[in-house]
Design a protein around this ligand. Structure first.
Ligand code: ADP
Ligand code: MG
Length: 702
C-alpha cells in the first residue's frame, strides 16, 4: 500500500521519545523519563549515554556537526556549529559527543544584546540543554546539523534569552495551578502545562523584485510606495484559491515542517493580496515556541527555493493588512484536563469558572505588560490601526460566558445559554450545531471555546514573551487564590465567593462589542482601561514596581533582568527606526531623486524640442507635469535634508528611553514627510523612469 507523505516524513529529523526508546538501554530510558517528569538534575552517566545515542542517530543521518540552538534577545535563533571531530592518538580522528557537551555550552556571548546585564569584559555566556524540547536535525547547504534546544544565560545565571523566562514561567503556573487542583480533590495532578498554538501570517513576493527594493532588504518593509490600483477591497484573496507557485511553496514548507515534527495543519490565503497563513496544532508552550522559530526560518528558506521571498514583517505594505500571530493558549493537566474547557454546563463547572476568573483578573491587572509583550517596531503600524486588534486590551467572552458572568455578579447562577441549531433553510444541507461562544474578530484577547486567543502579536516576534507574561500573571493570581482557599473553612462557599468577588471587581475588562469603533476608545477610558499607543510608551511598564513585584514573586525575571530587557527594547526600537531612516535617505538620494530629475528633464526637453519644431503646438500637458513634478521634487529634497538632520541628531541623544523617544517623535515623523511627496510622484512619473518595482508588481507579481 502506498504510504502518505505525512507518514513517510513526519518527525524524521527529530530525536523524539520514540527514537530514544529504541536507541537507549531500557534502564537508561526509564531513568531519563523519571528525570524529565521530576525535573531533577540529569545524572552525568545518563547524560553520556543519551549524548552517545543522539550522536549515533545524527551520524546515521549524515550529520557532521552539532550546535546548541538558542534564542537570544535579538528575537531570532543563534547557532554555532561544532563538528563531532575529536583528536585521537592514531592518525584518524574519532567522532565524539559527551554528556557534558550536550548539557552545557559556552558560546562567546559578548555580541548578543544583554542590556547591561553582563559587563563587556565578561564575554562568557552559557547555554544549557532544555531537555523537554527534543533535539532535531537541520538539513541545508551546510549539511546536516544536530540542533540541541538550549536556554542561554550569563556567568551569574541571569537570563539572556527568550527561553529561560518562559521555562521559569511554566514552572510557576504549574506550581500554583496544581495547588488549586488539589483543593478540588484532584490529588493525581502532579504537573500542569500551557498549550500554545500560534497561527503564523506571512507575505510571499517574487525574489527578483524583492532584490530590487533596498527597503525590503534592509528593513523588511516598504518605506515608499504608492498604492496599487487594486488592494484588498474585493475581499477576493481571503481564503481564495491558492496560486500554483504558492501552493508548491506550501507543499515544500509542510514537508520540511513535518520532518521537524511540527504539526503544520492549516494553510490559506489571508486578507491582503500576497498574504498567507499557516497554523500548527498546539503543543506545550516551550516546544511551540521552538517550533514557531523554526517555522519562520523554514518559511524563509523554502521561499528562496521557489525564487520567492517570505516577508515576516508586521507591515510590509501600507494600505493593506499587515501580518500578526494569534497565540492560542490554554492550561492542561498531566492527566489531560483542559482547565479552560467550560464543558456542557459551564455554569456548574466551578473549577472552570475559577480559572476563568483568574485569567480575567490577571489580564485586567496586567494589561500594560501584556500589551508590551506584543510590541515591536513593526507592530506599531498595526495595533489600533483598524486591521489588527486595538491597542486597548479587553477580553471577549462570547454570549454564553458573558451571561454566566452577569449571573454570578447578580448572585444566582442557574443556567447557560445553549448554542442552538443553525438551520440554513436548505434541505439537502445538514442542520449544524452552533457554537455558544461566537467569534469577535476585533477583540485582542478572545475566549474561543476551550482556550484564549491573544491576537495582538506581531508576525515576526518570538512567542516566548507573550507566553511567559501570560503564564506569570496568571500564576500570580492563582497563588493568591490558593493562599486564600487553602485557609478557608468551607471550601465550597469560599470558592464561590472568590469567583463572585473577582469577576465583579474585574468585569470592566470584558467587552463584547466592536473593538475598532471610536466609541470603544471613549468607553474604555471611562472604564479606566489603559490605552498604550506605542511600543516606546509601553516599555516603562516593564520596570514599574508592580511588574517587578510580579515577576520576582513568580521567579521568572529579577529586577536586574527586567531593567536589562527594558534597555534592550529601547535599543531595538531606536536601531530599527535608524535603519529605516538611513534606508530612506539612501533610496531617496540615490534612486528616487535622480530618476525624477531625469523625468523632469525629459519633459523639459520635450517642451523645448516641440516648441522649436512648431511654435503653435500645445505643450501645456508637459508644462503642467513639469511644474507639478518639480515642485514635489523640491519638497522631497527639503524633507530628505530634514530627515538627514534629525537622524544625525538622534545619534547624539542619550541611549535608552531618551533616544527611543526622539526616534519616535522626530525621526519617524520626518520619514513620513519624505515618503508623501515621493509616493505622490510615483503616480505622476513615467513608469519607465521609476527605479524600483511598484506595489502592483510586488503584491500581484507571483
Ligand atoms: P481559528 O482561530 O482560525 O478558528 P482554530 O480554532 O482551529 O482556528 O484554532 C487555531 C489554533 O488554536 C490552532 O493552532 C489550534 O491548534 C490551537 N488550539 C486549539 N485548541 C487549543 C488548546 N486547547 N490550547 C492551545 N491551542 C489550541
Ligand atoms: Mg484564530
Amino acid at each position: 500500500m502506498e504510504t502518505n507523505v505525512i507518514e513517510q516524513v513526519f518527525g524524521k529529523n527529530v530525536f523524539n521519545d520514540e527514537v530514544m526508546k529504541r536507541k537507549l538501554p531500557k534502564d537508561v530510558y526509564s531513568s531519563w523519563k523519571k528525570t524529565l517528569e521530576s525535573g531533577a538534575d540529569l545524572d552525568s552517566d545518563i547524560a553520556n549515554v543519551v549524548a552517545h545515542a543522539m550522536k549515533e542517530w545524527a551520524l546515521e543521518k549524515g550529520a557532521t556537526h552539532y550546535t546548541h540552538w538558542f534564542q537570544p534577545m535579538t528575537g531570532v535563533t543563534a547557532e554555532k556549529h561544532d563538528s563531532f571531530l575529536s583528536p585521537a592518538s592514531d592518525s584518524l580522528p574519532v567522532l565524539e559527543f559527551k554528556g557534558k557537551e550536550l548539557i552545557k555550552g559556552e558560546p562567546d556571548a559578548s555580541s548578543f544584546p544583554s542590556g547591561g546585564l553582563r559587563a563587556t569584559f565578561e564575554a562568557r555566556g552559557y547555554t544549557a540543554w532544555d531537555c523537554t524540547s527534543p533535539a532535531f536535525l537541520q538539513e541545508d547547504a551546510a549539511g546536516a546539523i544536530l540542533c540541541i534546544p538550549t536556554a542561554f544565560c550569563s556567568y551569574t545565571g541571569e537570563a539572556l534569552d527568550k527561553k529561560t523566562p518562559l521555562l521559569r514561567s511554566m514552572e510557576a503556573i504549574s506550581k500554583q495551578a496544581v495547588r488549586i487542583m488539589k483543593l478540588f480533590g484532584y490529588d493525581d495532578v502532579k504537573k500542569i502545562s500551557c498549550s500554545v498554538g500560534p497561527e503564523q501570517e506571512y507575505f510571499l513576493v517574487d525574489r527578483d523584485l524583492y532584490l530590487q527594493r533596498r527597503d525590503l532588504i534592509f528593513s523588511g518593509r516598504t518605506l515608499f510606495g504608492a498604492p496599487a490600483p487594486k488592494g484588498q477591497e474585493l475581499e477576493d484573496h481571503y481564503f481564495g484559491a491558492i496560486k500554483e507557485r504558492v501552493a508548491s511553496f506550501m507543499k515544500d514548507l509542510n514537508e520540511e515542517l513535518w520532518k521537524l515534527g511540527i504539526l503544520s495543519k492549516t494553510q490559506h490565503n489571508e486578507v491582503a493580496p500576497a498574504q498567507h497563513e499557516m497554523a500548527p496544532i498546539f503543543k506545550t508552550a516551550n516546544i511551540a515556541t521552538d517550533h514557531n522559530q523554526l517555522v519562520m526560518e523554514v518559511m524563509k528558506k523554502v521561499a528562496r527555493r521557489h525564487n520567492l521571498e517570505c516577508l515576516l514583517h508586521e507591515k510590509p505594505f501600507a494600505g493593506v493588512n499587515g501580518s500578526g500571530k494569534h497565540n492560542n493558549w490554554s492550561i492542561v493537566t498531566d492527566t489531560g484536563i483542559n482547565l479552560l474547557d467550560p464543558g456542557k454546563k459551564p455554569h456548574e463547572n466551578t473549577k472552570f469558572l475559577l480559572f476563568l476568573a483568574a485569567v480575567i483578573k490577571a489580564v485586567d491587572e496586567n494589561a500594560e505588560i501584556l500589551r508590551l509583550s506584543a510590541s515591536n517596531p513593526g507592530n506599531d503600524h498595526r495595533l489600533g490601526a483598524n486591521e489588527a486588534p486595538p491597542a486597548i486590551i479587553s477580553i471577549f467572552l462570547g454570549e454564553q460566558l458573558e451571561d454566566i458572568i452577569e449571573q454570578i455578579v447578580r448572585g444566582d447562577v442557574s443556567s447557560a445559554i445553549q448554542g442552538g441549531k443553525l438551520d440554513t433553510g436548505v434541505h439537502v444541507l445538514p442542520v449544524i450545531k452552533k457554537d455558544a461562544t461566537d467569534r469577535n474578530r476585533t477583540s485582542p484577547f478572545a475566549f474561543t471555546g476551550n482556550k484564549f486567543e491573544f491576537r495582538m502579536l506581531g508576525s515576526s516576534m518570538s512567542i516566548a514573551g507573550p507566553n511567559f507574561t501570560l503564564n506569570s500573571m496568571v500564576a500570580d493570581v492563582l497563588q493568591d487564590f490558593a493562599d486564600e482557599l487553602e485557609q478557608a473553612e468551607d471550601f465550597d462557599t469560599a470558592v464561590h465567593e472568590l469567583i463572585k468577588k473577582t469577576v465583579t471587581e474585574h468585569k470592566r475588562i470584558i467587552f463584547n462589542g466592536d473593538g475598532y469603533s471610536d466609541d470603544w476608545v471613549v468607553e474604555a477610558e471611562k472604564r479606566g482601561l489603559p490605552n498604550v499607543k506605542s511600543m516606546v510608551e509601553a516599555i516603562p511598564y516593564l520596570v514599574s514596581e508592580k511588574t517587578i513585584k510580579l515577576f520576582e514573586r513568580q521567579n521568572v525575571l529579577s529586577k536586574a533582568e527586567l531593567e536589562s530587557r527594558a534597555e534592550i527594547n529601547y535599543e531595538l526600537y531606536s536601531k530599527a527606526i535608524n535603519i529605516e531612516a538611513k534606508t530612506m535617505i539612501d533610496m531617496a538620494g540615490k534612486q528616487y531623486i535622480p530618476a525624477i530629475i531625469q523625468y523632469v528633464t525629459s519633459l523639459a526637453d520635450s517642451i523645448n524640442s516641440i516648441t522649436s519644431a512648431c511654435g503653435e503646438a500645445d505643450v501645456s500637458v508637459q508644462a503642467e507635469l513639469l511644474t507639478k513634478c518639480s515642485s514635489l521634487l523640491a519638497t522631497a529634497k527639503k524633507e530628505l535634508a530634514n530627515l538627514e538632520k534629525v537622524t544625525a541628531e538622534a545619534a547624539t541623544k542619550k541611549e535608552g528611553q531618551e533616544q527611543a523617544n526622539f526616534f519616535q517623535d522626530e525621526v519617524f515623523h520626518a520619514m513620513n514627510a519624505l515618503r508623501n511627496p515621493i509616493d505622490e510622484l510615483e503616480m505622476l512619473v513615467d513608469q519607465d523612469f521609476w527605479p524600483v518595482p511598484s506595489y502592483a508588481d510586488l503584491l500581484f507579481g507571483v
